[in-house]
Design a protein. Structure first.
Length: 504
């Protein structure tokens, strides 16, 4: 995977994809696999923004059952199986436990029926999956077994638990990179640290995008017969300058201990006044990750206030909500080893329902049809889980608009994780490989996304300096660049652990 900006500037592409999060990565891979000439440009590192900060659950959509939305549920089940099939080294089965309470919709009889229906609707869920990636049926379990799986399982009013299987992303940023790399291997030109400043149109048709190389190579145009802006929460401001769109601030915390052997969902007691986005009584999930536990998600309207202040408010609220639901846990801020956050689109009148509720459907716009430039598309995704399927839909529309006789989508069948470097390799080997074949350009790419160095509790300064020396040798950095890179990594490690954090 080579960062070849000369050829990026010299080639005319069928489609230019803006944004290398999971949605842009899947679009680039799909289009390249269908034989289109593809360029993908990302202003940061691939998968470093919203996609790196998800709770890592690949949802099979059990929650949609309660609403009778079987179409959406089947879509989630299909995409969950697809990820387990095409990326088995990066996605694994995840048992999920929720308490059963009372005799109503949260009681054992209702949950037994829901699990049975879930199994029935997902009868084909294990088709063509490797044995270690197959999902067993759900079942009801006793209170004693719940306590064995989660010692702080709430005892008050519970009659045991319901256990089913979803899937877990082992490293979301690595899966995003796997899609980018697969696209590059199929001929896509990909580049990180290239910011798109504007989309260029001519005579009612899109012509490409103006790009600035943030590694100092200047500005240039990338020409494309079509452009897909998949820039996550920044999509709206890129396609309609001056309009940022309405978003929720979403926060997860990482706790420095393994709290449970399964993922656990517990209801928050919070009402709508303190939970305006979800409307109160939402599920909080604990998701074990080796020696730590991800906890989330807390939401608030994104008002433009300082993300650090909002995250601090969210941290206090989330810990209090969890403390009320599982009093035995007694977590405090001292237990938090990482904060991850991102922005998610709200319905905002584009979908039925409350304007300030989370959007449930991806926003796909063909701007040519909507009165803008022909060949221009934009996408605001809502779930990591369904990104591949959404990309398929977007590429279908691009192919139709271009009038191309491209082949059908094959991304549901082709493995994307093969040949990815081994994160457990010695640092020197891994860092060299990441620079040479995974487009690591900055030290933060190496520490936070191409090695296990950044995993909580995170490296000390000495280790960062050691990694800096290796990368400086590989990339020919001056001493001052090396020092700047080290300081930037230390800043990010001290902060919220999110690349979306502004400078402290
Ligand atoms: C806290 C939290 C928890 C979540 N939990 C889950 C979960 O458990 N399961 C699930 O399925 N989903 C979850 N989600 C949702 C999921 O993470 C997102 O829907 C998904 O990652 C969005 O991907 P994306 O590619 O659209 O956006 P992003 O990952 O943000 O990618 C957009 C990219 O565009 C780039 N970009 C922006 N502007 C420009 C520009 N001008 N030029 C070039 N590039 C640009 C950005 O740098 C970024 O890398 C969660 C989200 C959050 C925030």
């Amino acid at each position: 995977m080579e960062r070849d900006l000369t050829s990026l500037a010299d080639t005319a592409y069928d489609v230019v994809v803006v944004g290398g999060g999971i949605h842009g990565a899947c679009i680039a891979w799909d289009a390249a696999l269908r034989g289109l000439r593809v360029a993908l440009v990302e202003r940061d590192d691939f998968g470093a923004a919203t996609s790196a900060n998800s709770l890592r659950i690949v949802h099979g959509g059990l929650r949609y059952l309660a609403r009778g939305d079987l179409t959406r549920m089947r879509e989630s089940i299909r995409e969950r199986s697809t990820l387990l099939r095409i990326a088995p080294t990066l996605v694994e089965p995840l048992p999920v436990l929720v308490p059963t309470t009372g005799a109503g919709t949260r009681g054992r009889a209702a949950l037994r029926a829901a699990l049975a229906l879930n199994d029935l609707l997902s009868l084909d869920r294990n088709r063509e999956l490797q044995p270690g990636r197959r999902l067993p049926p759900g079942r009801l379990i006793s209170t004693a077994e719940c306590h064995r799986l989660f010692p702080a399982f709430p005892s008050a009013d519970t009659s045991g638990g319901a256990l089913w299987y979803d899937a877990r992303l082992l490293r979301p940023e690595r899966l995003t990179l796997a899609f980018v790399r697969a696209a590059a291997r199929r001929g896509a030109a990909v580049a990180n640290y290239c910011r798109v400043d504007r989309v260029v149109s001519e005579a009612g048709r899109v012509r490409g995008v103006m790009v600035t190389d943030l590694e100092g190579g200047g500005a240039f145009e990338v020409r494309g017969r079509s452009v897909v802006v998949a820039a996550g929460p920044w999509t709206r401001e890129l396609v309609a300058p001056g309009h940022v769109g309405a978003h929720a601030f979403a926060l997860n915390l990482e706790i420095g201990r393994r709290l449970a052997e399964t993922a656990v969902g517990v209801r928050a007691a919070t009402g709508p006044a303190d939970d305006p986005i979800i409307g109160g009584h939402r599920f909080i999930f604990l998701v074990p990750q080796g020696g730590t536990t991800l906890l989330g998600t807390w939401y608030a309207p994104a008002t433009g206030a300082s993300p650090r202040a909002t995250a601090q408010r969210g941290e206090a609220a989330l810990l209090a909500e969890l403390g009320a639901a599982c009093p035995a846990l007694q977590l405090t801020s001292a237990d938090v080893v990482r904060r991850q956050w991102g922005l998610l689109p709200l319905k905002d009148g584009r979908e039925p329902g409350r304007r300030d509720a989370l959007a449930e459907r991806p926003g796909v716009t063909d701007h040519g049809v909507a009165g803008g430039a022909r060949g221009m598309f934009s996408l605001e995704g809502v779930k990591y889980t369904t990104a591949r399927g959404v990309a398929e839909h977007v590429v279908d529309r691009v192919v139709a608009e271009l009038g191309l006789a491209a082949s059908a989508c094959r991304t549901a069948r082709v493995r994307v994780d093969e040949g990815l470097g081994d994160l457990g390799a010695p640092l020197e080997t891994r860092a060299r490989e990441a620079v040479r074949s995974e487009m690591a350009v900055r030290l933060s790419d190496i520490v936070l996304r191409r090695t296990t160095l950044g995993d909580p509790p995170g490296p000390g300064r000495e280790q960062v300096v050691g990694a800096g020396r290796i990368v400086a040798g590989e990339l020919g950095w001056t001493a001052s660049r090396e020092e700047t890179e080290i300081e930037e990594v230390m800043r990010q490690l001290r902060g919220l652990g999110s690349t979306m954090e502004p400078a402290a």
